[in-house]
Design a protein around this ligand. Structure first.
Ligand code: PAF
Length: 292
């Protein structure tokens, strides 16, 4: 079923941009619209919900799996990142995804590759403070994938909220003509945001990990109740310091731009975001604020 040599996957799959374009051209000839879900694999229910959303809005859905070296710094988990292609293909097939694009590295970064997409604006601070290489790596691979797939729409998870805003800004700034849809964060029963990296959590760290959601929820509720930002943030940062090995940031920012806010902003315009470390694993999460 698959065009990937030596692999029998549960859905049609291609590993070259030429084969991808051929399939997509066939769909376009019939006037079908294309939805796209880019991933790095190690798929979970959160990714499946992004495919579901794409299927609601497009006639055909392509998911990509590519562990993108450009968004990992030396010493990060590029080599250890889980690679589970056969299981991922099963999940995509069950979700009703029409095509898997699992490019070989040379399809994304051919010999002599010398171009980078650089994003500022919403890419500043937060994730960039700990991972300065990250958003330029993401922007470069996503623009490359958009050029290969040429989708009508693409779905990104709100779990990576800063990434979602960065992709929206890049798509607008470069006139990429792709509608960007946001998929709500999928959570475990205790509130932990689903993430491929949760697989790294040991038993004890896994128990503590759910506190991030609880801390952000309390912060969101307090801001929604009209508590001054600095007061609510101080409490949330103290709670996070107690619960985790270290805290990269606990912040409340403008939901549209991630810029800093006045001390008493309109609650509906606020997004609370956090990144912490526990048991050697970095967790991120975020949520909106509702005026209460
Ligand atoms: O969110 C991810 O999984 C990755 O950052 C993405 C968008 C697939 C780019 O490699």
């Amino acid at each position: 079923m698959s065009a990937i040599p030596s692999l029998d996957l549960a859905l049609p799959a291609v590993s070259t941009a030429a084969a991808l374009r051929e399939t997509i051209a066939g769909w376009r000839k019939h006037g079908l619209t294309i939805g796209f879900v880019p991933t790095m694999g190690a798929l979970h229910a959160g990714h499946v919900s992004l495919v579901d959303l794409a299927l609601q809005r497009a006639d055909r859905v392509v998911a990509s799996i590519f562990v993108n070296p450009a968004q990992f710094a030396p010493g990060e988990d590029f080599d250890a990142y889980p690679r589970t292609l056969t299981d991922d293909a099963d999940k995509l097939a069950e979700a009703g995804c029409h095509l898997l694009y699992a490019p070989t590295p040379d399809q994304i970064y051919p010999d002599g590759f010398a171009t980078r997409v650089t994003v500022e604006g919403p890419a500043r601070e937060l994730e960039s403070a700990a991972r300065p290489h990250f958003f330029n790596g993401v922007a470069t691979v996503v623009s490359k994938l958009f050029n290969q797939v040429r989708p009508d729409l693409a779905v990104f998870g709100e779990k990576d909220y800063q990434q979602l805003l960065v992709i929206r800004r890049m798509t607008r700034d470069l006139d990429l003509n792709v509608e960007i849809l946001a998929g709500p964060t999928s959570r475990e029963p205790d509130g932990l945001a689903m993430s491929s990296r949760n697989a790294y959590l040991g038993q004890q760290a896994r128990k503590s990990a759910a506190s991030l959601h609880a801390i952000l929820q309390k912060l969101s509720d307090e801001i929604g109740d009209g508590v001054a930002l600095e007061t609510a943030l101080k409490r949330a940062r103290e709670d996070a310091q107690t619960a985790f090995d270290s805290v990269d940031y606990i912040e409340a920012r403008c939901a549209d731009t991630l810029s800093r806010l006045s001390d008493r902003p309109d609650p509906a315009a606020v997004r609370v975001l956090g990144a912490v470390r526990i048991g050697g694993v970095r967790l991120i999460d975020n949520m909106g604020v509702v005026r209460r």
